[in-house]
Design a protein around this ligand. Structure first.
Ligand code: MD3
Ligand code: FE
Length: 199
């Protein structure tokens, strides 16, 4: 049974070690086709997290701002979302609609993600599903507006989280990565996949 925290459903260890291993391999192939890039913040400073996407839409950020795009910054369409990832969505999302974006975030040992809301999608009734792989990441959950009391939890390799209902619009971020916590990533780092319906 999932652990319920502020409307987030957390499934610790949803993926077996074998599943994690094969998913990491699959993502290596995907990143070879759609290379990771460092999105620019509107302030002109690159984010410390590197990203790429799979699916019809990917998330990009440049001088024009944050948005979903049907092409990688290199001009190519995004690769398809791996079947193994679609199966996770089918198992936990509670929706029959297919995800249109799989955002792939890569955190090196000094990367973090500041507190933000995810509101570039057309319909917040659809949940967001997240899959963590690699090193542990300290996830922080806030409120529907900036500031106030927050709660933190560690996301570990193989964990799945579902953000639906009231949780969907809460501020959240990743404070830090704990290097060297996952033997499946010999060069270290954390990968987070987020699956979303965009349109
Ligand atoms: C809560 N990613 O990609 S995953 C993001 O670990 C993002 O890379 C973090 O925040 C990461 O936007 C956190 C958990 C998560 C993902 C999406 C959410 C929490 C969310 C959307 C709405 C509310
Ligand atoms: Fe987010």
């Amino acid at each position: 049974a999932p652990q319920e925290i502020r409307g987030f459903r957390h499934y610790p260890g949803w993926l077996t070690l074998e599943e994690q291993k094969s998913l990491i391999e699959e993502l290596r192939g995907l990143v070879a086709k759609a290379p990771l890039f460092s999105p620019m913040t509107p302030y002109g400073k690159p984010m410390s997290v590197r990203m790429t996407s799979a699916g019809r839409f990917g998330w990009v950020s440049d001088r024009r701002g944050y948005r979903y795009s049907e092409t990688h910054p290199d001009g190519h369409p995004w690769p398809p979302i791996p079947q193994s990832v679609l199966r996770i969505w089918e198992a936990v999302s509670g929706t029959t609609r297919a995800p249109e974006c799989c955002l792939i975030n890569f955190y090196g040992e000094n990367a973090k993600m500041g507190m933000h809301q995810d509101r570039d999608e057309a319909d917040f009734d659809h949940p967001v599903v997240s899959v963590s792989l690699g090193d542990d990441g300290l996830f922080r959950i806030g409120n529907a507006t900036r500031g106030g009391k927050t709660e933190s939890l560690w996301l570990r390799s193989g964990d799945v989280m579902v953000m639906g209902g009231e949780a969907r619009l809460l501020y959240h971020g990743i404070d830090r990565i704990e290097p060297g916590t996952c033997p499946l990533m010999p060069n270290g780092g954390r990968i987070n996949l987020t699956l979303r319906v965009v349109t």
